[in-house]
Design a protein. Structure first.
Length: 130
């Protein structure tokens, strides 16, 4: 999806697991998509930036978009007890992922409401998603 495209999840009434794969340094579409959810069965939200995107995510993403996503994820925690996950693939020399996540989602990380988990790179797993 590009920055101008919106994802309407209102008809996905049995949605249980939701994973956002970010290929562009933009998070506004994630908050917008989460705002359309009507499902009462959702149990997990995971954000997975691609390695090259992860490096640029904080710099290129509009500050307001980060705040909107941060607030939206906190609301999912409050209203549905959904603790979001941030899954990443480390690049060579990368160490402090939590610092990057805390710059992207400051209130969520300050409250300790995000799980940061390492996942294999899509290229390593033999999958190259576009």
């Amino acid at each position: 999806m590009d920055a101008g495209t919106s994802l309407d999840l209102s008809k996905a009434t049995k949605l249980r697991v939701l994973e956002f794969r970010c290929r562009i340094p933009n998070v506004g579409w994630i908050a917008a998509a989460l705002g359309t959810i009507k499902s009462g069965t959702l149990q997990q939200i995971t954000i997975c930036p691609y390695p090259a995107t992860f490096r640029d995510l904080i710099v290129a993403t509009d500050h307001q978009e980060c705040q909107d996503l941060d607030r939206t994820l906190i609301q999912f925690w409050i209203s549905h007890s959904i603790r979001p996950r941030f899954a990443y693939a480390l690049e060579d020399g990368e160490k402090d992922v939590m610092d990057r996540v805390s710059r992207l989602l400051p209130d969520l990380t300050r409250r300790g409401l995000v799980d940061v988990v390492e996942q294999p790179s899509p290229v390593i797993r033999g999958i190259m998603r576009r």
